[in-house]
Design a protein around this ligand. Structure first.
Ligand SMILES: N[C@@H](CCC(=O)N[C@@H](CS)C(=O)NCC(=O)O)C(=O)O
Length: 218
């Protein structure tokens, strides 16, 4: 019996981060889709998340929201490869990178850049170029900071895949798939190398959003 349920839509960046953690830990889980693309957050999800966001994790009778908390819990609660380094500086870097992603990249990447130049056109709406331009500048700034923080190897913090990578993947993937986003990534050599090494990883391919979900049918 599956006693791990993740509530969130498959196209949500934060839900995808939690899914990546569950998949990388080989946890048998069920994704319970929450549809809020064309309206308000459903009441049931607001009951699961007082800030009306996704995702929320349910493990048995334990309910948890906030993606960083979900990922740390999943890493410790289940067997499988460790997703948090124990070496102090790598752990510090991992936490710093997740902080940068949440505070300085998430909003411009998703709401400013991808929403205006990728999602809205797919939905048949005109993009707001000014919002996109402001987002582009913030993304470039965050990318430069991330590149400075990243270690020399294949992953963002330490020698192995960590929660920092899993937080970054959905945001970077949305940027990469947005017109002009590939150039923003290519401008930062270290970030470009990191993304080139990870974009075809099995868990990343398995969770990649089918963009046709944004095409309104009406
Ligand atoms: N701090 C939250 C942020 C989650 C978040 O922003 N999720 C987005 C989807 S990727 C959402 O729920 N958006 C709905 C809304 O803002 O109305 C976390 O880390 O889980």
């Amino acid at each position: 019996m599956i006693d791990v349920i993740l509530y969130g839509p498959h196209w949500s960046a934060y839900t995808r981060t939690a899914r990546l953690a569950l998949i990388e830990k080989n946890v048998d889980y069920k994704l319970q889709e929450v549809d809020f693309l064309s309206g308000e957050m459903p009441t049931e999800q607001v009951q699961r998340h007082p800030f009306a966001k996704v995702p929320t994790l349910l493990h048995g009778d334990f309910r948890l929201y906030e993606t960083a908390a979900i990922c740390r819990y999943v890493d410790i609660a289940f067997q499988g490869p460790a997703l948090q380094p124990i070496e102090p500086r790598s752990l510090g870097r991992m936490a710093q990178i997740i902080g940068i992603l949440d505070a300085y990249l998430s909003e411009p990447a998703r709401m400013g850049f991808a929403n205006e130049l990728l999602v809205k056109p797919l939905m048949g709406y005109a993009p707001d170029e000014e919002i996109a331009e402001q987002a582009r500048a913030k993304i470039a700034n965050a990318f430069a900071a991330l590149s400075d923080c990243m270690g020399p190897g294949d992953f963002m913090a330490g020698g192995n895949l960590s929660l920092a990578d899993l937080h970054a993947i959905p945001m970077i993937d949305y940027i990469d798939r947005t017109p002009g986003g590939d150039l923003l990534i290519a401008n930062q050599t270290r970030l470009y190398e990191w993304w080139s090494g990870l974009k075809n990883r099995a868990s990343v391919v398995e969770t990649r959003t089918d963009l046709s979900v944004f095409k309104l049918t009406a």
